[in-house]
Design a protein around this ligand. Structure first.
Ligand SMILES: [Zn+2]
Length: 212
């Protein structure tokens, strides 16, 4: 199997996973990966993520112009291209509408990565990008300044943006964050207030582990 076909299959696998896990509804969300330094593979706009097939994906050039594939590319393509421009180390981008993470932004609460050691270790801080009108240039403008130092962002009143070296990694990061957001929510309810983060000395130990 050539690697381009493999990448298409991986994107389709992630799209189905997002739909099955309730991380997107209907035609929400978009997934992309680099094909090489000049081209990006991306999901089409207006299609249910659970129904996509390999042949439905589009290839874009570095300016966002479709060069292969049917239909129109995702309306958030500028956000994906903005990530690739600013993160040469990133190979894949997943944008979804996870209910609990998105609800945090509606409640004006930050996602607290310092609550669970594994989240801190594998993903790190997850800031919230300010509200931007979906599918406009406001979205890349809102994420540009934050994506440099982070593997994931929340988009206020909109959803999540996770990146990775593969589409599976970007998807797994999203699953982990949504799961952690549920835990943060339950802890907040049980305690009737925000749960305490890990102690600074414990965070420093995790930081040391990360460097290894
Ligand atoms: Zn969206």
């Amino acid at each position: 199997m050539n690697s381009r076909m493999h990448l298409r299959e991986e994107v389709v696998w992630v799209c189905r996973r997002l739909a099955e896990k309730g991380l997107v509804a209907a035609s929400d969300g978009n997934v992309s990966c680099r094909l090489d330094s000049n081209y990006v593979l991306i999901t089409p706009g207006g299609r249910h993520k659970g129904d996509l097939e390999c042949a439905d994906l589009l290839v874009l050039d570095e300016t966002g112009m479709p060069v292969e594939g049917p239909g129109t590319p995702s309306s958030e393509l500028r956000m994906h291209l903005c990530v690739y421009e600013n993160r040469p180390d990133v190979e894949a981008v997943v944008h979804a509408h996870p209910p609990m993470l998105t609800a945090l932004t509606l409640a004006g609460l930050p996602f607290c990565a310092e609550l669970l050691p594994e989240v801190w270790l594998t993903i790190g801080p997850v800031p919230t990008a300010p509200y931007a009108t979906p599918s406009t240039r406001e979205v890349p403008d809102a994420v540009r300044g934050l994506i440099g130092g982070h593997e994931a962002l929340l988009l206020e009143r909109h959803g999540s943006l996770t990146v990775g070296r593969t589409v599976r990694e970007a998807c797994m990061r999203l699953e982990k964050l949504e799961h952690a957001a549920h835990i943060q929510f339950y802890a907040h309810l049980l305690k009737n207030g925000p749960p305490d983060p890990l102690r600074t000395e414990d965070l420093l130990k995790l930081q040391a582990l990360k460097k290894q």
